[in-house]
Unconditional design. Sequence first.
Length: 84
Amino acid sequence: MTIKRMTFLQELLNFMGLEGRLHLDWISSAEAQKFAQVVTAFTDKVKAMGPSPLTGELDLSAIESACEAEIEAKSAEVQSVGGG
């Protein structure tokens, strides 16, 4: 389920012009050094991208429509699996 959510969020961010600004990594609580490296590398990557390409007012209507479509698709998927 997490992978599906990440994929959806990545697609949404790409749609908004914010591609590359989401990262998921599996790190154990015992891997403090790895955590620091991953966070540092991602921070450097985002800094290299520069400021957010979003400026001015953000029109959320397209994002809301995309989210509503995703919710409807998931609802239909659950109903078909549940037999409803």
